[in-house]
Design a protein around this ligand. Structure first.
Ligand SMILES: Nc1nc2c(ncn2[C@@H]2O[C@H](COP(=O)(O)OP(=O)(O)O)[C@@H](O)[C@H]2O)c(=O)[nH]1
Ligand SMILES: [Mg+2]
Length: 440
């Protein structure tokens, strides 16, 4: 039984004998969950989930423990000065660091306020306490933490304004300013304000209902482009072309996606088609090693990226690969060269992988807010973009840009990144995003 991170549910073998008591009985996570308050039995849901997770993370049989502890003091080499000056993705982890990371991953989550919040978000989506994983809790906590800046800086003020009841013109102006500061964008801000005003003119809502209505508006905007989850199809080739400007987080996203795919049971391969920067191939190779995914590359300087993609598709077909992730350059000598190169890669994919399911994902740095969107327009013209990956939500007070992305580009957000670690990327859920933004 594999937890498919793309679907956020378990993939069970069809002939599974230990079928189903854990299968969520109510709404699957893909469906719009009601934005209702937590069920009254939230505490017992959370307690069951907690003891279940504790069982999952029970320590290894005792016989193994002394060996592991005995091994620790021997190998703890100081990082060499050269290593410290290398970019982090070239630094190799010491055994002690690796162990500490694994221990931290295995450590049970404390039953704290953040755990309760995550439990509430999962329970409201119809999940069963026996059916969740510690990674899901960890991700929700990270997402909530990542949106702290946006929430604390702006959204809390927004909440108190909306919660005051009918909006007078001063309140409307204040709300507009707050939304614009969170980089929601002019068009989306106008729509939100209009919807709020209309509703509050029709009826006087108590503060919590007014907030619930605001959440509903935002979630509807995020869901407007339609189907929300991008799940690679099993037993066939899916090709995801990853594009975006330099530094947006493409290569990091590839590493995280490769890890997610690998963990979710997909045969995965990476094509290193950013051949413009010397270090780019090495960087993607490091991520491939971390994720345990092979990388098809041509180490020759300035190798033809389209030829790398051609080779990668051949390798994918020979290996029965299910997901091929293609890294691309974010900058060339000039914009026209870059667009020509992306179009050429796209043509090769269309021609050589006729039966593949192709997605073209644009990676956007959330910290750039509206500026990032401007840069993105060029890509959406040339690479036939089908969706967006929003990165660096952990470092920004501009989390509202998610709404601008959907409103201005008309594209669905497929994944969000909230950290530099391999686990810090998940499929986008408008429900969880809005909960973390407004009710976190
Ligand atoms: N804080 C944070 N940093 C990120 C995230 N994604 C990428 N980065 C960092 O952004 C920088 C550029 O990333 P990279 O993947 O090389 O971008 P590329 O040029 O588009 O391939 C690196 O330092 C990454 O560690 C994220 O979600 N959060
Ligand atoms: Mg890169």
């Amino acid at each position: 039984m594999v937890f498919n991170w793309f679907k956020r549910s378990f993939d069970r073998p069809e002939d599974s004998q230990n079928a189903a008591p854990q299968e969520p009985a109510s709404a699957p996570p893909e469906e719009n969950p009601p934005s209702s308050p937590a069920p009254p039995d939230l505490l017992s849901w959370a307690k069951t989930a907690y003891s279940n997770l504790q069982q999952q993370s029970d320590p290894a049989p005792e016989a193994e423990i002394p060996a592991a502890t005995a091994a620790q003091p021997t190998a703890e080499p100081e990082p060499s000065p050269e290593a410290a000056s290398l970019p982090f993705w070239l630094q190799t982890e010491t055994e002690a660091e690796r162990q500490a990371r694994l221990d931290a991953l295995a450590a049970p989550e404390p039953f704290d306020e953040s755990f309760l919040w995550s439990a509430q978000v999962l329970a409201a989506q119809g999940r069963q306490p026996t059916d969740i994983t510690v990674d899901e809790i960890k991700w929700l906590k990270r997402l909530r933490l990542g949106l702290d800046k946006t929430r604390l800086g702006l959204i809390n003020q927004l909440k108190s304004l909306v919660g005051q009841g009918p909006l007078d013109s001063d309140a409307v102006e204040a709300i507009e300013a707050l939304l614009l500061q969170a980089d929601v964008g002019v068009a989306a801000t106008d729509r939100i304000i209009a919807a709020l005003q209309q509703k509050l003119r029709q009826e006087t809502l108590p503060p919590d209902e007014a907030i619930a209505y605001l959440k509903e508006i935002l979630q509807q905007m995020l869901d407007a482009p339609g189907e929300r989850l991008l799940v690679p199809e099993k037993n066939q080739l899916n090709i995801w072309l990853i594009t975006g400007v330099n530094g947006a987080g493409k290569t990091t996203t590839i590493g995280k996606l490769a890890h997610t795919a690998q963990q979710s049971g997909y045969r995965t391969l990476i094509a290193a088609a950013d051949t413009f920067r010397a270090a780019a191939v090495e960087q993607v190779q490091t991520w491939g090693d971390r994720a345990g995914v092979a990388v098809i590359a041509n180490p020759t300087a300035n190798a033809d990226p389209a030829a790398v993609v051609f080779d990668a598709i051949a390798a994918a077909q020979a290996r029965n690969t299910e997901l091929l992730l293609v890294d691309t350059a974010g900058r060339l000598q000039n914009k026209k060269n870059l667009m020509d190169e992306l179009s050429k890669i796209r043509r090769i994919i269309d021609k050589k992988a006729t039966h593949a399911r192709i997605e073209s994902l644009l990676v956007l740095d959330a910290t750039l807010g509206q500026n990032g969107l401007k840069q993105a327009e060029v890509f959406s013209q040339s690479a036939g973009i089908t969706g967006v990956v929003l990165t660096k939500l952990d470092g920004t007070a501009k989390g509202g840009v998610a709404i601008a992305v959907v409103e201005q580009l008309g594209l669905p957000i497929r994944f969000i990144g909230a950290g530099e670690g391999i686990q810090d990327l998940r499929p986008f859920s408008s429900y969880e995003f809005i909960e973390a933004l407004i009710n976190g």
